[in-house]
Write a protein that binds this ligand. Sequence first.
Ligand code: ADP
Ligand code: MG
Length: 365
Amino acid sequence: MNETPPIRPGMIVGILGGGQLGRMLALAAAEMGLSCHVYCPDPKSPAFAVAAARTVAPYEDEAALAAFAGAVDVVTFEFENVPAETLAFLAGRAPVFPGARSLTIAQDRLFEKRLMEAEGIPTAPFAEVAKQADIYSAIARAGRPAILKTRRLGYDGKGQAVIRAGDDPVAAWRAIGEVPAILEAYVAFEREVSVVLARGRDGGIRAFDITENVHENGILATSTVPAWITPALADEALAIAGTIAVALDHVGVLAVEMFVLPEGAPRRLLVNEIAPRVHNSGHWTSDACLCSQFEQHIRAVAGWPLADPARHSDATMTNLIGDAVDAWPALAAEPGARLHLYGKAETRPGRKMGHVNRIAPRSDG
Ligand SMILES: Nc1ncnc2c1ncn2[C@@H]1O[C@H](COP(=O)(O)OP(=O)(O)O)[C@@H](O)[C@H]1O
Ligand SMILES: [Mg+2]
C-alpha cells in the first residue's frame, strides 16, 4: 500500500457516502487543491452541493462503481455501512483507504469486541445473541441492567434496547427487530471520552486532544476540550486508540469512544465502539486546531504528511439536532461561536442538521 503514489493537487478524491461527514471532507479537500467525486444512492445527499462530481447509484451497481473507480485517484468512505463487497470491488480498480479490515470490523459490534479481546483492551462484559434463546445465557453473563445492541447498522442509539431488573428480555429482542445482536453490561461510567486520531499510509499516528462527550437519548449532544481527565488516563486512552489503529492497519481518521469509570475501578477505561472515519466528536477540530479532522483524513488517504494536531483553543461543540437548528440566527450572531450547517432540506426530530463550535482561549498547557 505504501507504494501507492501520493495524490497531488488537482487530483480527485472519491468519497463513498454523501452525508454531512462527506460534505465536510469535500470542503477540506477543496482547500487542499483537490476535488471530490461523491458516490451516494440518495440524490438529496448534502455532500453533493460541495462536490465537483457525483454518482447517484446503489452500492451494488458494478457498472457505476467501475466508472467511479475510473474517474477518481483514491477512494475513501464517510460511513462504515458501505457494503464490504463494494469496497472489495473498488479496491481492485483504485487505491482505497481505509482498507477492508477497518470497514469489516467497525461495521459489526461483535467483531469490534473480539478485536478488543484479542488486543487485551477492556470493554464492558458482553455476550453474543444470535437467536432469541441466547438472551438468557447472555444476561447470566453480563448481568442487569444490560443493553441489547444490533451487531450491524446501529447509530445515534438506534438498534438498542435496555434490559433492567424485571424487564422481559424477549421484549428487548423484539424491539431491536430480532436480528443478530450483542448484549452488553450497562456501564455506570463517570464520563465518556473519545480519541480521534489519524494514521498515515506510512503508519505514523497523530492524535487530536482527547474529547469529553455528553450523549442525550443515545445521540451525541456536546463534545468538549479539554476533557476532564488526568494526564495518565489521557495517555492510556491514546495508547489504546493507537493499538487499535495498528491492529486494523488503518489509514485515515479513526475515532475510539470510551467510558471512563470512577476512581477505584480496576480498569478505568473501557472501549465502547470505534468508527473508521471522521467522527462527530471531532467536529471541534475545525475551529480549535490548525488542521481539522477532515483535512487530516484527506491528508492520510492522499499520502500527504499528517498535520500537527495541536489544539490552540478550548472548544465546546454542540450538535443542532432537529429543530434546534432554528436558532441559527442567534448562533450566527453569537461572539466566539462558529456555526456549521449541513444544508439538509428537511428538518426531522433526531436528525443532525448542523453544529456550533464555541471557542475560547486555551485554559491549559
Ligand atoms: N454498555 C453501556 N453502558 C452505558 N451506556 C451505554 C452503553 N452502551 C451505550 N451506552 C450509551 O449510549 C450511547 C450510544 O451507544 P453506542 O454503543 O455508542 O452506539 P451508537 O452507534 O448509536 O453511537 C453511548 O455513547 C452511551 O452514552
Ligand atoms: Mg457511539
